[in-house]
Design a protein around this ligand. Structure first.
Ligand code: A3P
Length: 292
């Protein structure tokens, strides 16, 4: 698919591209249903992983045929995405046949459509440590033709620190949702690193939050299906048919590791990053693990 890579612009204080703002009124006026489940993340924090896990949790037993025939990006619409000739995220969400609907967004907390709050919807937020997140984002932008040109690694890292990325600053995103979680029992805040460490444990916690009690064998099967290698081999989750992605440049399910940043950061980049990180994160209780 031939697309022109977009330019970043400032949108109410957050860097965005037109692919995520062209449908803004419809996004902001989106009508949520009380049982909607929102998956909110900063890009490359494990969104697809969580979308698939939730989809299995709700529909693996009742609609197994969907799992084999409908790609995950159609089962879980990306709310703010507008990418012609495909239907918009809001249209896809409006026409979802499932109950509940699982809806993905990368919006920072202040941009989430108010209907989700009014309807008291459950929100699952997944955060990933900044260093692995920026590495994953770099490789993704190299292959994703609807993202701005990434440039070289050094300049990409500087842009990340400055918050000049699509969906804005990682620091503001993870902290904004974390602060909101302190006063909202409807947000379940999860970490990519915890999912890597023990997917079964995280699935248990998620079930408690959602009020679900699947059978032991169902949980085992879900944990098996969401393993990195299994998702990578599954045409419904590996995104190989997404025409905006150039698989000759990188992979969507690329490494799936904690600590891959060590293969990218120089010693000097790491020192500067840590110093800047301390300043930006000094007022939050939010803590990440960069290695395990
Ligand atoms: P890497 O690029 O570090 O491999 P998103 O879905 O938000 O775009 O996130 C993509 C990142 O999550 C990629 O990270 C991808 O490999 C990783 N990921 C996806 N499924 C995973 C899984 N089952 N286990 C571990 N990591 C996974």
């Amino acid at each position: 698919m031939d697309v022109t890579r977009p330019k970043l612009f400032d949108f109410h204080g957050v860097s965005m591209t037109h692919f995520f703002t062209d449908n803004w009124d419809k996004v902001q006026n989106f009508k949520a249903k009380p049982d909607d489940i929102v998956v909110a993340t900063y890009p490359k924090a494990g969104t697809t992983w969580m979308c698939y896990l939730l989809d299995l949790l709700y529909f693996h037993r009742t609609c197994p045929e969907r799992e084999k025939s409908v790609p995950i990006y159609d089962r879980v619409p990306f709310l703010e995405l507008v990418c012609s000739p495909y239907p918009t995220g809001t249209d896809k969400a409006d026409s979802l046949p499932t109950s509940p609907r699982i809806i993905k967004t990368h919006l920072p907390v202040q941009f989430l459509p108010k209907s989700f709050w009014e309807q008291n919807c459950r929100i699952v937020y997944v955060a990933r440590n900044a260093k692995d997140n920026v590495v994953s984002y770099f490789h993704f932008d190299r292959m994703e033709k609807i993202q701005p040109e990434p440039g070289d690694w050094d300049s990409f890292l500087e842009r990340f620190k400055d918050g000049k990325m699509v969906f804005g600053s990682w620091y503001d995103h993870v902290c904004g949702w974390w602060e909101k979680k302190q006063t909202s029992s409807k947000i379940h805040y999860m970490f990519y690193e915890d999912l890597v460490e023990d997917t079964g444990r995280e699935l248990e916690n998620l079930c408690s939050f959602l009020g679900l009690s699947p059978l032991e064998e169902e949980k085992k099967e879900i944990v098996r299906c969401v393993q990195f290698d299994v998702m990578k081999a599954n045409p419904m989750t590996n995104q190989m048919d997404d025409l905006t992605l150039d698989f000759s440049v990188s992979q969507f399910l690329r490494k799936g590791k904690v600590g891959d940043w060590k293969n990218h950061f120089t010693v000097a980049q790491n020192e500067q990053f840590d110093e800047d990180y301390k300043r930006k994160m000094k007022n939050t209780s939010l803590q990440f693990r960069e290695e395990m």
